[in-house]
Design a protein around this ligand. Structure first.
Ligand code: ADP
Ligand code: ADP
Length: 225
């Protein structure tokens, strides 16, 4: 289990934009938190800092007591962002299998196959990304993130291009994959629906620089349709 703590976290981008005010936040291990807030308030910035993709201007992020870069190097952090960036020359199956290899984990073809089915891409194992729709590529990215069975899962608008019905199915089918692993999940979304379906906590952020204006518990059991 990997708690995430953000202490005095601030980020001023290279162009001088202050994306985060000093922000103190804790994400409890095994919980799923949705971040919602106006466009441009700093949600993606926060996610990138947690992922170790950007450095804070001040303050720090610790994941189970270690800097994100250390956890990432151990393959403990998985991400699915809006733009799935699958490797175009690899089949779906190989794209997903590669994530385990990059995380220095042993191959697990059974898990790869199961995840492809669970995200509704049965029959597309040997298809290359260009032949998949935008929504299908996003679902592939989610399978790729889950195949490493990460301690921390970061999702940035992962269902933006997924149609409404499929989105509901995913909201029902996916959390049972990461919940038993004790994965700490942070989800950025514009959809209150998605936040309520997927998460057990919703943080509402202010316009930039992001501050927490509401910290809401989503009652269990989830009202999953
Ligand atoms: P959100 O995800 O909530 O829409 P972002 O974190 O993407 O917000 O952006 C917060 C603010 O920082 C915005 O004003 C955005 O334009 C700016 N910003 C984001 N990334 C960069 C960057 N790499 N360089 C400069 N400014 C950036
Ligand atoms: P398979 O066992 O189905 O051939 P692999 O998982 O071994 O698939 O490899 C899938 C593809 O990923 C191969 O084309 C291989 O060249 C490529 N690949 C494997 N490891 C790496 C790596 N560390 N960096 C970049 N590409 C890699």
């Amino acid at each position: 289990p990997a708690p995430i703590t953000c202490t005095g976290l601030a980020r001023i981008h290279d162009n001088g934009v202050m994306a985060l005010d000093p922000l103190d936040l804790t994400f409890a291990p095994g919980r799923t938190t949705a971040l919602i807030g106006p466009s441009g308030c700093g949600k993606s910035t926060l996610l990138r800092l947690i992922a170790g993709l950007d450095r804070p201007t001040a303050g720090e992020v610790l994941i189970a007591g270690l800097p994100p870069a250390r956890q990432a190097a151990q393959g403990a952090i998985a991400m699915a962002f809006q733009d799935p960036s699958l490797l175009p020359w690899l089949t779906l199956r190989r794209n997903i299998a590669l994530a385990r290899k990059l995380a220095r984990q042993p191959a697990n073809p059974g898990l790869v196959d199961r995840l492809i089915g669970l995200v509704g891409l049965e029959g597309f194992h040997e298809t290359r990304p260009a032949a998949l729709s935008g929504g299908m590529r996003q679902r592939a990215a989610i399978a790729r993130a889950l195949v490493t069975q990460p301690r921390v899962l970061l999702l940035d608008e992962p269902f933006g291009a997924v149609d409404e019905l499929t989105r509901r199915q995913l909201a029902r089918d996916l959390p049972p994959l990461w919940q038993p692993l004790g994965t700490t999940t942070v989800l950025v979304t514009h959809s209150v629906d998605e936040a309520v379906l997927l998460s057990d906590r919703i943080l509402v952020l202010s316009p930039r620089p992001a501050r927490v204006v509401a910290d809401l518990a989503v009652p269990l059991p989830h009202p999953r349709a």
